[in-house]
Design a protein around this ligand. Structure first.
Ligand code: PLP
Length: 370
């Protein structure tokens, strides 16, 4: 047994949560939730106390994303994985095209592929660490891509394909941390436990008038749609600041707290700059060390919300273990990627000063291990 490595206190970040999801929930938000006492938690989700929180979240998101005319914030229970099935039943008419370049994009493509009521999707694949891009194709009524592939740390631009068809972007890790113009998409969807610094259990979809119209048209077509996955029902409930079934109330409150905090601190512009600063610190640090380098070689594809750093000559799993023992949590890479890597979230809730401290802590651990 070697002695455990103790990282000196002056090299430790003030908050050691760097997980890509679930991610750091600010202590102030948890305090605000606790401060609501018995007026919200443990009360009916059909009464105003909870509905006001849902409304606060919906209007806060409308501000944060400068909602274009006619766009609506829709929400339901079950996280992004549930929303994929919602889209399979309620947004894809017949044929989708999917850009996949990692685990999460592939999962949605698979959900579409195995749906018996849909045609086989066109799947455009990029190797992990690179990207894949949507292109105009006849007969396609939905184009789908992740805005940020959380498993690899690759981000693409949200941009319409020059063809008819709805654009769907999975923004689970991108939302609030990467720039977006919602005019370039019809459905910007996410769960709030990553970029939004809340907890799991909900999906949120910002939908264009065209996407809402598609959902209504499919609902009226007689297609079998399980009630839990019925997008038309979710739209109708959301307009009343409700969900179809019981929501994760604490998740709603924590998300609303974060969205209000981001709006007060300068909105999406300020939030994306903060993420760019944190990620920039990590990438330039990695590039300057001979034992580390950014996994994503194309600088334009490097994510500002999830930074993946490859290691050479030192075991990244061992680094993550030492960091964890010192209170720096969840820097392990996405498990199925199988690389000698650390994956570090630089969401808006993460303090850039903490990201800088993290690099010092890693330097220290690497020196001790070698
Ligand atoms: C985490 C993640 C998901 C899955 O979210 P759940 O809420 O756990 O279902 C989907 N897509 C992306 C891009 C993610 O990062």
């Amino acid at each position: 047994m070697t002695d455990p490595i103790t990282i000196p206190a002056d090299l430790l970040p003030a908050d050691g949560r760097f997980g890509s999801g679930p991610s750091k929930v600010p202590s102030a938000a948890m305090g605000a939730l606790a401060g609501m006492g018995s007026s919200v938690m443990g009360t009916s989700h059909r009464k105003s106390a909870v509905k006001n929180q849902v409304g606060r979240l919906r209007s806060g998101l409308a501000d944060l994303f400068s909602l274009p005319d006619g766009y609506e914030v829709v929400l339901g229970v079950g996280g992004t994985t549930a929303f994929w099935e919602v889209a399979v039943f309620g947004l894809v008419q017949d044929k989708a095209q999917c850009a996949t370049f990692g685990e999460f994009g592939s999962k949605f493509a698979k959900a579409i592929k195995i749906a018996p009521h849909l045609a086989d999707p066109t799947i455009i694949t990029g190797e992990p660490g690179s990207a894949a891009h949507l292109t105009a194709e006849d007969g396609v009524d939905v184009y789908a891509a992740p805005h940020n592939e959380t498993s690899t740390g690759v981000a693409i631009d949200v941009k319409r394909v020059a063809a008819p068809g709805l654009m769907l972007h999975d923004a689970t890790s991108a939302a609030a941390g990467l720039p977006v113009d919602l005019n370039e998409t019809d459905c910007y969807y996410f769960a709030p436990q990553k970029g939004l610094a809340s907890d799991g259990g909900l999906w949120i979809a910002i939908m264009s008038p065209a996407a809402i119209e598609r959902a209504e048209q499919i609902a009226a077509s007689g297609r079998y749609i399980p009630a839990f996955l019925d997008l038309k029902t979710a739209i109708d409930n959301s307009r009343k600041d409700q969900t179809y079934n019981t929501p994760a109330v604490a998740t709603v409150v924590l998300a609303a707290e974060q969205v209000d905090a981001l709006n007060a601190a300068g909105g999406l512009d300020a939030a994306t700059k903060r993420c760019a600063e944190s990620a920039g610190t990590l990438y330039s640090w990695a590039a300057s060390r001979d034992f580390a380098e950014p996994f994503v070689t194309d600088e334009k594809l490097r994510s500002n919300v999830v930074a993946t750093i490859d290691f050479d000559g030192v075991d990244a799993a061992e680094i993550a273990k030492v960091l964890r023992a010192n209170g720096i949590l969840d820097t392990e890479p996405y498990r199925k990627l199988g690389r000698n890597q650390l994956r570090i979230a630089t969401y808006p809730a993460v303090d850039p000063a903490d990201t800088a401290k993290l690099t010092e802590a890693i330097d220290y651990v690497v020196a001790q291990l070698s």
